[in-house]
Design a binder for this molecule. Structure first.
Ligand code: PGA
Length: 261
């Protein structure tokens, strides 16, 4: 029984005032979410303001990235303890934009996953193939390599605290989401790998989110797939109405799952 999770990735968008307005809109639209857990990942500069707005409510705070060291001479970086101090409970790790634009390697991503866990937060490890990899039939090979490297050296119990996000790179920000069955197949494959890397019980507990052009009109179909446990939402999370609508669609699955239907 996995409570579905919906995560907003605001990326590098918004002033602090805009972040406040957006977070307030989501908070007011989801006063008592049932059947879904909701996380907002604002830019670092807005974490403090968004934390205040969410206060003791049901919506959690997350960060979009983190360094792996706790402190030191790493100009411009932010560490896991700094994020925990600001109230973050989740951290996105290995987003494809970080892999591509900032050259993050699987080895660095693995260090980040471990550092985030060591600080008591949950990493949301992102994996996904490019259009070229898909065209070459390398989808499963690519996500398997990223998953194995990202979780390398972790005990089964630690894997149980992680969240995964399957985000096909060709679907991010393009308006072209994966077909639900196509994504569902990759999610099933990832869960099979989790059984191997941890245990079957742990694999059944870990939430595997889909990301890539999730919108209010495709969220229900995507999360109807048995192994898709929620969504990582970029563009559509910049509108409170859009994001709230997505969370409500996903909550529908959650209510059914939690009732045991
Ligand atoms: P998108 O982004 O929803 O705008 O496609 C998803 C993501 O990058 O996490």
């Amino acid at each position: 029984m996995r409570t579905p999770l919906v995560v907003a990735n605001w990326k590098m968008n918004g002033t602090v005032a805009e972040a406040r307005a957006l977070a307030a809109g989501v908070r007011d639209g989801l006063r008592r979410p049932r059947g879904v857990e909701v996380v907002l990942c604002p830019p670092f500069t807005a974490l403090g303001a968004v934390r205040e707005l969410l206060a003791a409510g049901p919506i959690a705070l997350g960060a979009q990235n983190s360094h792996w060291e706790a402190a030191g001479a790493f100009t411009g970086e932010i560490s896991p303890p700094m994020l925990a101090e600001l109230g973050c409970r989740y951290v996105l790790v290995g987003h494809s934009e970080r892999r591509k634009e900032f050259g993050e390697t699987d080895e660095q991503i693995n260090r980040k996953v471990r550092a985030v866990l060591a600080t008591g937060m949950a990493p949301i490890l992102c994996v996904g193939e490019t259009a070229e990899e898909r065209a070459q039939g390398l989808t499963f090979t690519t996500v398997e390599g990223q998953l194995r490297a990202g979780l390398a050296g972790l005990a089964a119990a630690a894997i149980g605290f992680c969240v995964l996000a399957y985000e096909p790179v060709w679907a991010i920000g393009t308006g072209q989401h994966a077909a639900p069955a196509q994504a569902g197949e990759v999610h099933g494959y990832l869960r099979g790998l989790l059984s191997e890397l941890a245990t079957k019980e742990v694999a059944q507990r870990v939430r595997v989110l889909y990301g890539g052009s999730v919108k209010p009109d495709n969220a229900a179909a995507l999360t109807a797939e048995p192994d898709i446990d929620g969504a990582l939402v970029g563009g559509a999370s910049l509108s409170p109405q859009g994001f709230v609508a997505i969370a409500k669609k996903v909550a529908h699955k959650g209510v059914t799952v939690l009732r045991g239907d």
